[in-house]
Design a protein around this ligand. Structure first.
Ligand SMILES: *Cc1c(COP(=O)(O)O)cnc(C)c1O
Length: 389
């Protein structure tokens, strides 16, 4: 009988598992090492076969198991892990761009990615142009455009992008495409199958899933992958062994966690949309969201992170709302089991498509608490916001 093709949940349960080479342990053990001792001169000379353990910085069986599992989930190519999500982004850009090259960067990108382009890449002779999500790229692509960077949905403002459309337009002009796929995770979006060359994850978020580690991953095929892997090595990047084990552990439960994060987000969003204090919810899985059609076409699910634009309100009232929340912590790095709220301190930095909302912008992460308790918490928050208002 022909075996059916395993689904992602099945693959994640088994990718990079321990097995006989590790005394039958289900999880690959954590190897702490810098030095690796060679049996003899011949073994030393054999050196660097793929997957060989030769030096701590080049990875251990724990690192390789995690990388294999992430690549299995991305559905194509090979992966490397780096010490943070931001380092995955900066390594991929550094690997693929050089003096005289032009980069097209989406305007709604994660803020630190923008600052890397403006403050570091610029010093190395790379010219960055910001394009608005949805903008026609044909007029922006130059002969020197070497790469186009996407992020969908965008950070803070959640704009969707036509991922295969951008990938095709870039390819037609000989440019590579990279995407920050952190919101969807490789479970809900497979960029390489949509024509993108490089898929980047902040593993810190949903793959880690417990707000206790920093890590990034880069997945690609062919020559771009070889250049990225070589550059990461030249830069001296490596992820810590305990963090690799934690990330692998997080990955195992990603499908069940994401189902719950997404379901709770829907409960919160449906409730928030009916509130008079809420002007708009930003989440592409809503049917009336401007990015809904693209989300439906290219993604297989929605996670727990969304934006809310409130009606204009005094800062003290907003503080009363946020400060008194019991279950929503005020914090940056989302994707863990706990709920979060993050009011934007200033309007999101946009240069291609200005942000015009005058009410406060908040980012919510729906954690794994009971949704009814979260709604109750928000309801009390709005009562504080209105009190004395
Ligand atoms: C958090 C985040 C990053 C950076 O990841 P770190 O692991 O914190 O360096 C990159 N992109 C997006 C979309 C993020 O949310």
């Amino acid at each position: 009988m022909k075996r059916r093709r395993p689904s992602d949940s099945t693959r994640i349960a088994h990718a990079g598992e321990g097995g006989e080479r590790h005394h039958g342990t289900v999880s690959v053990p954590v190897y702490h090492t810098s030095t690796v001792l060679f049996r003899d001169l011949a073994a030393l000379q054999q050196g660097d076969a793929p997957g060989a353990v030769v030096y701590g910085r080049k990875g251990t069986p724990t690192t390789f198991a995690l990388q294999d599992a992430i690549a299995a989930l991305e559905g194509d190519g090979a992966s490397i892990v780096t010490p943070s999500g931001l380092s995955a982004i900066t390594t991929a850009l550094t690997a693929l761009l050089g003096n005289g090259d032009h980069l097209l960067m989406v305007d709604s990108v994660y803020g630190p990615t923008r600052l890397f382009c403006d403050r570091v890449l610029r010093r190395f002779g790379v010219d960055t142009t910001y394009y608005a999500a949805g903008e026609d790229l044909r007029g922006l692509l130059r002969d020197t455009t070497r790469a186009v960077f996407l992020e969908a949905p965008g950070s803070l403002t959640f704009e969707m992008q036509d991922i295969p459309g951008v990938a095709a337009a870039a390819r037609a002009r000989g440019a590579l495409t990279l995407i920050d796929n952190t919101w969807a995770t490789p479970l809900y979006c497979k960029p390489l199958s949509l024509g993108v060359d490089v898929s980047i994850q902040s593993v810190t978020k949903y793959i880690g899933g417990h707000s206790d580690l920093m890590m990034g991953a880069i997945t690609a095929t062919g020559e771009p992958f070889e250049i990225i892997r070589d550059t990461a090595f030249r830069l001296g990047l490596c992820a810590g062994p305990d963090d690799c084990m934690l990330a692998l552990r997080g990955l195992r439960t990603l499908p069940v966690r994401l189902r719950q994060h997404g379901a709770t987000a829907r409960v919160l969003i449906d409730w928030l949309r009916a509130r008079p204090e809420v002007r708009r919810v930003l989440y592409p899985a809503q049917e009336d969201d401007p990015g809904h059609r693209l989300w439906r076409r290219d993604f297989s699910g929605a996670t727990g992170l969304f934006g809310v634009v409130l009606e204009p309100v005094a800062t003290e009232r907003l503080a009363a709302f946020v400060d008194g929340l019991r279950y929503f912590g005020i914090g940056y790095s989302w994707g863990g089991f706990e709920s979060l709220v993050l009011p934007s301190l200033s309007p999101p930095l946009r240069t291609a498509a200005p942000w015009n909302e005058d009410g406060p912008l908040l980012r919510f992460h729906a954690g794994l608490e009971d949704p009814d308790d979260l709604v109750d918490d928000l309801e009390r928050g709005f009562a504080r916001l209105s009190a004395g208002g």
